[in-house]
Design a binder for this molecule. Sequence first.
Ligand SMILES: NC(=O)c1ccc[n+]([C@@H]2O[C@H](COP(=O)([O-])OP(=O)(O)OC[C@H]3O[C@@H](n4cnc5c(N)ncnc54)[C@H](OP(=O)(O)O)[C@@H]3O)[C@@H](O)[C@H]2O)c1
Length: 270
Amino acid sequence: MTDIWPDHLFLVGCGNMAGQMLRRWLACGLDPARATVLRPSGRAVAQGVAVVTDYPASLPAGTTVVLGMKPYQLGEVAALLAPLCRADVRIVSILAGTRLADLRAAFPAAAEIVRAMPNLPVGIGEGVIALHAEAALSVASRTAVEAFIAPLGLAEWIADEGRFNEVTALSGCGPAFLFRFVDALARAGEAIGLPADQAARMALATVRGSASMAAMASESPAALADRVASPGGMTRQGLNVLDADDRLLKLLTDTLVAARDRGEAMARGE
Ligand SMILES: NC(=O)c1ccc[n+]([C@@H]2O[C@H](COP(=O)([O-])OP(=O)(O)OC[C@H]3O[C@@H](n4cnc5c(N)ncnc54)[C@H](OP(=O)(O)O)[C@@H]3O)[C@@H](O)[C@H]2O)c1
């Protein structure tokens, strides 16, 4: 099998998100000796992965740097990291709302810079990762990035960087919206008389089983919904409530718009 791993991986920050990504990469065969984590706390991350609290004098040739600290820390990190990022270093940034142009200004000598917007299920290899890169990214580099990201889940290139807030609203915030849906399904079950704990177990298993089924099906989720709803039956009667005046569609559109708008406001510093 082709080696999908960078010659060396240098993670700047390894908290909730970068930590999930690293965990998955290690589970999929990344040699821990090829990874170094920089984090101020110096806390260990995994067996065999070096953790440092200061920047090394240099980075090994062919290093991929993952920027996994908070976006507002870009300036202080770049002041120390940029001199190490030469023409053989690739940067993958997961900093929400930080544009490619700002990353390029911060790391002028780096070979390539890729923006990635992961969501939390990357830790179990079932995440969604939106990717955006400078137009100059070669086909070979694009392929290498895709291979490196593939263990995390579905990778989707975003042609227009201006769409990152929309992408984040859907897949970045999506896990929380689905958690709410599962909880509401359970509480609705309780409201019509089921024991709370049983409704909770059934709601979660129903969502998990249905999502897996939809992922394997050749038909769209919309078609699947109609196929399981016979005219005059119980499912159809329930769907009629969700579908009336596009009730569910409007609710979710309002939800994504609110999340998207908040992303835009934060980018303006509000
Ligand atoms: N959480 C999400 O769902 C999500 C989704 C997409 C993108 N992101 C992006 O992921 C990034 C990290 O978010 P998070 O939720 O993982 O945050 P987090 O859990 O707070 O992790 C932040 C990490 O940055 C490290 N750090 C703090 N100060 C630093 C410094 N001066 N230099 C280098 N590293 C420093 C911390 O080190 P210690 O561990 O030593 O404290 C920690 O490992 C953000 O840019 C965010 O926009 C997050």
